[in-house]
Design a protein around this ligand. Structure first.
Ligand code: URA
Length: 202
């Protein structure tokens, strides 16, 4: 068996395969979340996708299934993707800021996100997307800035140092609470689809 030795040094540059990274995440206990959940939810989709979607962390259903965005918010996400002609397994890879479910679906704490983010950074490096969609505040604040506000920043493109186009939008769970957010999110995803069509044309 190909045993992966967990490294504390946070330098994941030697991990060059997504399945190897997944195995390391499966064995991770860098923070307290792992003890209270069923298992880490690595993420899923097309490992060569041009579009990466990043949420907050697994909920109850995701924890049970070991897959991201499979509960009500996930079903809505699939519909939004479908409405702009995209599909999660072919067009995207979906991951979260934290891989283990926070108890009672609370927002992950700084000490948890700090420990977990190196996994996400390496996922981004290995998948190498041209577009990243940040779903909600937690993704925005952890990837862009702790002071960033989703209400102010959604719908406008940001560009990373390495040229990745980043679109912040509301989290699908927020749409379940406030249907008035559906239209802006749909508009944001249309922008994502248009950009995706451009990068896909080359
Ligand atoms: N909410 C998230 O942020 N991620 C999931 O995987 C499910 C719900």
């Amino acid at each position: 068996m190909n045993q992966v030795v967990y490294s504390e040094d946070h330098d994941l540059s030697r991990v060059n395969r997504l399945d190897e990274l997944k195995e390391m995440v499966r064995m991770c206990s860098r923070c307290g979340l792992r003890a209270g959940c069923s298992g880490a939810v690595f993420g899923e989709g097309n490992p060569g996708a041009a579009v990466m979607l990043i949420g907050e962390g697994p909920g109850a259903e995701e924890d049970r299934m070991g897959r991201p965005f499979v509960g009500k918010a996930g079903q809505l996400l699939d519909k939004i993707l479908g409405s702009v002609g995209m599909e999660r397994f072919t067009d995207t890879f979906i991951a979260n800021v934290v891989k283990c479910r926070p108890p009672g679906n609370r927002v992950p704490r700084t000490e948890e996100t700090e420990r977990c983010l190196p996994w996400l950074y390496r996922q981004i490096e290995l998948i190498s997307p041209q577009i990243i969609v940040l779903l909600g505040s937690t993704a925005l604040q952890n990837l862009i800035s702790p002071d960033a506000r989703i209400t102010k920043m959604r719908g406008e493109w940001l560009v990373s140092k390495s040229g990745i186009m980043i679109m912040p939008t509301y989290h699908p769970a927020a749409l379940l609470r406030d249907t008035g957010k559906k239209r802006p999110v749909w508009e944001d995803f249309r922008k994502v689809r248009d950009e995706y069509q451009k990068v896909n044309a080359f």
